[in-house]
Ligand binder design. Sequence first.
Ligand code: TXA
Ligand code: MG
Length: 333
Amino acid sequence: MRTRVLGDSKRSMETRIIKAQSALNEALAVLERGGLVAIPTETVYGLSADASNGAGVARIFEAKGRPRFNPLIAHVANMNMARQVAIFDPLSEKLAAAFWPGPLTLVLPLKPGAPVHDLLTAGLGTVAVRMPKGFASELIGRLGRPLAAPSANTSGRISATTAQSVARELGGKVDLIVDGGQAAIGVESTIVKVADGNVLLLRPGGAATRDIERVIGMPVMRGTSGKVEAPGMLLSHYAPNARMRLNADTVNAGEALLAFGPRRATGSENASSTLNLSDAGELTVAASNLFEYMRRLDASGAAVIAVEPIPMDGLGEAINDRLKRAAAPRDGD
Ligand code: TXA
Ligand code: MG
């Protein structure tokens, strides 16, 4: 592939970007020959391949630099397809009926003979299934098979919420990028594991935990075992180059400021640059801006990004989870 040098940390951007409205046939052709297509979903952009094509799925791991033990989500277009992939019990049926298509991923027992390659599940007896909205759904419906799609970023880095960010992260490593505009939700799906009549939260995300609890009429359990339940939920993740300083109520000279709401931290006038996730303090707006603003402040070259406190309700749980991971000590990638 051709490479264009764009300066220090930027990757080549020679992968073609086409608008979602006219992308269906071309995307389909790439997937059918085992290629990689970056696609918009309502949460974040996904790096997709035909889930049943081992070579295609292997290329996902390669392009992201993702460890093979970290399984991928199988994206489906309808319940028929979902039932070919996983075994549903009454509880998971209820969750699917309430949230699909939408930002909820269910980890369920893998159905024998499921049309997904072993690489996707990393050999686990369970599979993560999600039914996305919009272009992704249409594409999967046309393909007639599930799509494997992790977030379209290099492993350990911030997820992409625009086609341009995908190009910066993975340009040259994917065959096609489909541009569906800015992702509506902006953080990844909530992941729950449904087993033995319980619902266990593996990753907070675009579906608020309390909305899940309302649907199932009981509390969602949170990991108590201490072991990593979603293998991809390593503590250090979403790593910007800058150090992240969370819950900042003061700002030091030269720090970049990731603000939230109408009131500023003390010393905010000292910030080298400021972006406000939501002037009005709306968590849904903050979620949709989160990754892009982290990326932009990081690109400003500041050594530290101070982050104002963000409440834990609704999407605040997912936002705080991603910030905590972005602030964690790096594990070498
Ligand atoms: O919103 C989303 O979920 C996006 C869009 C593209 O759909 N996808 C996404 O995929 O965030 P990814 O691969 O970046 O994150 C999926 C997470 C990983 O942490 C992985 O370890 C976990 O799901 N996972 C996948 N299969 C699993 C399984 N069988 N059991 C437990 N965790 C699983
Ligand atoms: Mg990811």
